[in-house]
Ligand binder design. Structure first.
Ligand code: AMP
Length: 271
């Protein structure tokens, strides 16, 4: 595994190769990231993983500061996985140039997380656009855990006619049901139990809603989540996962999208 901290050295190395499969991360690696990397390795191109905690996608400085970082441990794991390249850029390597393509921000960026984290998706698209320009990957691997992000990156790539294929990867969960997330490492044992109970409550609710749509009563669900130990609910909405419109009938393929807090830790999922 070769490690690069500078894009020019990275580019010299990778532009000779046949194509890159790219797995962008913010580090704090867990089973979700590892499944993306394992999928990437199946594609027979060279696998490049990046670790960059992107300050522009955090709407609160305190959240950026407390975001879990574990680079030495991450490097050990990536070596074991035998990836080809690891890119750990500094801020200026990413933001010290003007990208050729402008970011396309679909109007769906105003919904769900976009409503509660001002500037978040602008920051995500900005960094992804820059990474794509630096690396020119053939494939990019993204998790369905961050479904709205995945959708918005897809729209950007389509609109700007970028020749990178998105490979959508399923959400990996812990044994207790909760989606693997770097942020989980900030949760206490008791808070993990709360998150697990919320997951089981919501997956049970989804099954019931499929049979009887009238059960989707936001105020009642919100109260139940608070009773289970959530501190605050940002949103709980059901969206059709193809059209990304509000699901109106149980026959549609929908997911429950949720963002909630346990104390000051914000968790998102779609079930
Ligand atoms: P992050 O490091 O949180 O920015 O995530 C990097 C990539 O890993 C994104 O494409 C995420 O959607 C994906 N990812 C994060 N958690 C999971 C998970 N539990 N299952 C699958 N993919 C995930």
């Amino acid at each position: 595994m070769k490690i690069f901290k500078n894009k020019h050295n990275l580019q010299k190395e990778i532009f000779e190769t046949k194509g890159i499969s790219f797995v962008p991360t913010m580090g704090g690696l867990h089973k979700g990231h590892i499944s993306l990397i394992k999928q990437s390795k199946k594609f027979k191109l060279k696998t490049l993983v990046s670790i960059f905690v992107n300050p522009k996608q955090f709407n609160k400085k305190s959240d950026y500061r407390s975001y879990p970082r574990n680079t030495n441990e991450d490097i050990k794991q990536l070596k074991k996985l035998k990836i080809n390249y690891l890119y750990i850029p500094k801020y200026n390597d990413i933001y010290g140039f003007k990208p050729k393509k402008r970011v396309f921000l679909d109007k769906f960026s105003k919904k769900l997380c976009g409503k509660f984290r001002k500037g978040h998706f602008e920051g995500v698209l900005n960094v992804v656009n820059r990474f794509i320009e630096i690396i020119k990957p053939r494939n990019i691997f993204l998790g369905k855990k961050d479904y709205q992000q995945l959708y918005l990156i897809k729209q950007h790539i389509k609109k700007r006619k970028i020749e990178t294929r998105i490979i959508e990867c399923k959400t990996i969960r812990e044994n207790n049901g909760i989606a693997c997330s770097s942020r989980n490492s900030n949760l206490t044992k008791n808070q993990l139990k709360i998150a697990s109970n919320i997951f089981y409550y919501l997956s049970g609710l989804k099954k019931k809603i499929k049979k009887n749509y009238n059960l989707f009563n936001f105020n009642k669900i919100k109260k139940d989540l608070i009773k289970l130990g959530a501190t605050k609910i940002d949103y709980l909405e059901n969206y059709n996962i193809k059209s990304f419109k509000k699901a109106k009938s149980p026959k549609e393929k929908f997911n429950l999208f949720v963002a909630y807090y346990i104390k000051n830790i914000r968790l998102i999922d779609n079930i």
